[in-house]
Write a protein that binds this ligand. Structure first.
Ligand SMILES: CC(C)(COP(=O)(O)OP(=O)(O)OC[C@H]1O[C@@H](n2cnc3c(N)ncnc32)[C@H](O)[C@@H]1OP(=O)(O)O)[C@@H](O)C(=O)NCCC(=O)NCCS
Length: 192
């Protein structure tokens, strides 16, 4: 169980910090991973991903020192592949997943990425709804992709994420969710 109570969403989000995932976060990441997935990644998969350097971006959402969610991406030339996203099951529907995806998109913009893809269980309609908000569209099926039950994966793509329209989409998502990543970005820009 998370040690956090479900608080006011706006205030909660304003106190969230998103930072690069480090090995020191992995105990908490693994706790969420095991509760989030029927076939969780092993700790060594995370360790391997964290050792891959600039071809990867793994981030955690922190409330104080408590990890409440995480997201990982592989970059290949001008494309990004979201490999994993999970939020503490006790804290779903509080826009933590949204915050993580907004951060991932901003990191993708910084790297001049033009398209993002991911796989999602065909039965995982909640996650698909979240991805649709970020402009992901179904693009195909990987038959029997999930080994433990043979479930198919839906392949989704968001294209032209470097376009003005897509920027507008993300700014709207952030505004609706009360996420303010622009001012932090401006501050970082001004103060280095
Ligand atoms: C998918 C996941 C990361 C979403 O995280 P979250 O923090 O709960 O998502 P958010 O609160 O940001 O959701 C944003 C929107 O996505 C949609 N959404 C998210 N989860 C949903 C659900 N279970 N059912 C319906 N819609 C959902 C809603 O439109 C939601 O907005 P609303 O709450 O204002 O209606 C989380 O459910 C999770 O960790 N699931 C287990 C792991 C997993 O399935 N990962 C995806 C693998 S591809």
């Amino acid at each position: 169980m998370s040690e956090l109570q479900k608080p006011d969403v706006g205030r909660f989000l304003s106190l969230l910090e998103v930072v690069p995932m480090r090995r020191k976060h992995l105990d908490q990441v693994m706790d969420i991973e095991r509760r989030a997935y029927p076939n969780p990644w092993s700790r060594s998969i995370f360790e391997s991903e964290l050792s891959q350097g600039v071809t990867r971006s793994y981030i955690v959402a922190l409330r104080g020192r408590v990890v409440v969610g995480y997201c990982g991406t592989i970059y290949v030339i001008d494309e990004a592949h979201i490999t994993n996203i999970a939020v503490d099951p006790d804290l779903h529907r509080m826009h933590i997943g949204t915050r993580l995806l907004c951060e991932m998109v901003r990191r993708a913009w910084d790297r001049k990425i033009r398209a993002i893809t991911l796989e999602v269980r065909v039965s995982n309609l909640g996650a698909q709804r979240l991805y649709q908000k970020f402009g992901f569209q179904p693009a195909g099926i990987r038959k029997g992709y999930y080994q433990e039950n043979g479930e198919d994966a839906l392949i989704m793509w968001a294209y032209d994420i470097d376009s003005a329209e897509y920027h507008e989409r993300i700014l709207n998502i952030e505004a609706k969710a009360g996420i303010d990543l622009e001012s932090g970005r401006r501050r970082r820009h001004l103060w280095g």
